[in-house]
Design a binder for this molecule. Structure first.
Ligand SMILES: *[C@@H]1O[C@H](CO)[C@@H](O)[C@H](O)[C@H]1NC(C)=O
Ligand SMILES: *[C@@H]1O[C@H](CO)[C@@H](O)[C@H](O)[C@H]1NC(C)=O
Ligand SMILES: *[C@@H]1O[C@H](CO)[C@@H](O)[C@H](O)[C@H]1NC(C)=O
Length: 346
């Protein structure tokens, strides 16, 4: 899942040999252990956790300067739920226990006052992803670390949360609406958005598919499949697919057509492409078409979007675009992070 790759990257354990290997040879990543760096990263995690636990837990976020907290992700303890997979990997057993105890108490049906707006995307990557990866770890490599009843509660919470979020997909096209309002008399409702960014639309596939595979209930995967089909098979390519495999940014929830031709590898669009290859790696049989689309996107990127500053010809930048053709290129580049946090923000 998406957390593992950045943890490995953060630990600095990816050998430079990977980078210098022949481009034609099949690459097997080789990991070199750096115990000193590893300890440094674990210490940084513990320090952050301690500050959060003392001044903010079980609220969402620590405000480190004022030593206070805020609920910017609906008040379900976002930092805690998001951190459980990291705590497991780092062997922070006390932290794992604190988070598991917290998860058992969360009521996802209600948001705290002043934090009613729920983002399908943010909730999926932080809460649902946190719960599903915790369940995977605690039934896999860390089986037995937490009692079975608690592990089941983690999954039950994931299912309840996904059921609550499912209203997002209740649109004429199946393209989800990202903004939801909880706490209504009849449960969650969607806000009035008419379009959805491809990043928001797409970034939820892996977590929802995994939840279906764990529970054996296909409805979660099926919900995301409908919306993503419009991105894999663009209905109005003259607008929505300016280069083969490279698509626009916003999709109309009414009919799944694209609303614009702007895109690239920046915030708001990049994770669409990232999830193409991730879904293929997750299950190459079911998601073969995702690989096809990934290759098309990469080929077009190399062909149409690359440029090299005259003063630094060894560097390669990727342009953004608003339509096809040289005059539609926009030579901007934004920070690409390993950490998934905020990647969808414009
Ligand atoms: C936030 O923390 C305060 C102080 O510890 C606590 O009273 C409150 O219940 C917490 N709120 C949530 C939503 O966790
Ligand atoms: C909480 O949400 C779930 C899932 O939508 C629903 O089945 C359940 O009735 C809700 N519980 C309460 C107390 O509202
Ligand atoms: C999910 O979709 C598949 C393929 O269309 C279908 O066979 C299956 O019954 C669906 N499952 C649910 C729970 O909707």
């Amino acid at each position: 899942m998406h957390r593992y790759s950045w943890v490995l990257a953060a630990l600095g354990s990816v050998s430079p040999a990977v980078v210098s290997a022949s481009p034609l040879a099949p690459r097997t990543p080789r990991y070199v252990s750096h115990p000193d760096r590893l300890d440094g990263v674990k210490e940084a995690f513990q320090r952050s956790w301690d500050g959060y636990y003392e001044y903010a837990f079980p609220n969402d976020s620590l405000k480190p300067i004022s030593k206070s907290y805020e609920n910017d992700r609906n008040g379900w303890g976002a930092s805690a739920v998001d951190a459980i997979s990291t705590a497991l990997i780092m062997g922070k057993d006390d932290v794992v226990d604190q988070i598991v105890d917290h998860i058992k108490t969360v009521n996802f049906n209600r948001t705290v006052a002043g934090a009613e707006g729920v983002s399908l995307f943010e909730t999926t990557i932080r809460y649902l992803g946190g719960l599903v990866s915790a369940y995977d770890f605690l039934t896999g490599p860390f089986e037995g670390q937490v009692d079975k009843e608690s592990v089941q509660t983690i999954l039950d919470q994931a299912v309840n949360l996904a059921d609550l979020l499912s209203v997002a997909f209740n649109t004429p096209s199946g393209v989800p609406i990202n903004s939801l309002i909880f706490n209504g008399p009849n449960g969650p409702v969607t806000a009035g958005d008419t379009t959805n960014g491809i990043c928001y639309n797409r970034h939820v596939d892996l977590e929802w598919t995994r939840l279906s595979d764990i529970t054996g209930n296909g409805k979660y995967a099926n919900l995301t499949r409908k919306g993503e089909d419009y991105l894999l098979h663009v209905k109005n390519p003259d607008v929505g697919e300016p280069y083969p495999g490279l698509i626009g940014t916003d999709v109309n929830v009414k009919d799944g057509t694209f609303a614009n031709s702007r895109g690239g590898w920046n915030g708001g669009t990049d994770s669409f492409y990232e999830y193409l290859i991730k879904m293929y790696l997750y299950d190459s049989e079911r998601f073969g078409v995702f690989k096809e689309r990934w290759i098309a996107a990469i080929d077009s990127t190399i062909k149409y979007l690359t440029s090299h500053p005259s003063s630094r010809p060894e560097l390669t930048f990727l342009a953004a675009y608003n339509g096809a053709g040289k005059d539609k290129l926009n030579f901007v580049s934004s920070h690409r992070k390993f950490l998934h946090t905020h990647r969808c923000k414009y």
